[in-house]
Design a protein around this ligand. Structure first.
Ligand SMILES: C[S@@+](CC[C@H](N)C(=O)[O-])C[C@H]1O[C@@H](n2cnc3c(N)ncnc32)[C@H](O)[C@@H]1O
Length: 217
């Protein structure tokens, strides 16, 4: 669905784009320790070709076997140098795409596996992005995800997620902590979706409530 009227455009910011890349480099270690167990489960048995949406600086390359071909859809140019360095470090074959998740530049039914972590919170249209993932997946292909989501309605954390929404989105390039992503994936049209809801990190952290799972086309 590339090139249509009303197509989503990436709005790169000269300061926040690089700042977010640097931020990921700085928090990468602790963040990975927090998510590693979930990621090891859903990113197990990755095939030789993987499409990763919003790979950032390549945090997920460590879950791939050396030689894996990664179609990396990363529209923020400030991420690219670190992403390429991570690909070299982990021995993955990087094919960089600057498209948006909402308008993937790949044919229908063309990839066996899609992964994402902490990305559906930031894309401008999560339902559109998941529809695109479903479009490019081969029949029987899998979408594995680890994402942060909205806390329970009326909970203290949900109120906090709402209170910080504007500065959070400003500093983290559109990120929202209020998205109900389980229902976005669940209603997209996959033949099966298995996911777990869990909590990670300090309870006051706006990204404390998360989901991890696998959806099959
Ligand atoms: C919070 S970072 C997560 C990076 C990485 N997945 C990780 O777990 O460390 C969100 C990433 O999504 C990317 N992104 C934002 N909007 C996007 C879009 N519409 N399509 C694809 N990627 C997008 C950002 O550039 C950024 O690299």
């Amino acid at each position: 669905m590339a090139g249509g009227e009303g197509e989503v455009q990436y709005r790169s910011n000269v300061l926040r784009g690089p700042a977010n890349a640097l931020g990921l480099a700085m928090v990468g270690g602790p963040l990975e320790r927090l998510l590693a167990e979930r990621k090891r489960r859903v990113f197990a048995d990755l095939p030789k070709t993987v499409l990763e949406i919003g790979p950032g600086i390549g945090a997920n390359f460590r879950y791939m076997a050396a030689g894996t071909k990664v179609l990396a859809v990363e529209p923020n140019p400030a991420m690219h140098a670190r992403l390429e360095a991570a690909a070299r470090k982990h021995g993955v074959q990087l094919e960089l795409h600057t498209a948006m998740a909402e308008s993937l530049d790949m044919p229908n039914d063309s990839v066996p596996m899609v992964i994402s972590s902490l990305v559906l919170c930031t894309v401008q249209n999560p339902s559109g992005a998941v529809a695109e993932i479903l479009r490019v997946l081969q029949a029987g292909g899998r979408y594995a995800f680890v994402e942060h989501v909205a806390a329970a309605p009326c909970s203290r954390l949900r109120r906090l997620q709402h209170a910080v929404r504007r500065p959070w989105a400003y500093f983290f390039e559109g990120c929202s902590c209020e998205r109900e992503l389980a229902s976005v994936v669940g209603s997209a049209g996959f033949t099966a979706v298995e996911l777990v809801e869990y909590e990670a990190g300090p309870r006051w952290l706006p990204v404390h409530t998360q989901i991890a799972g696998v959806a099959v086309k």
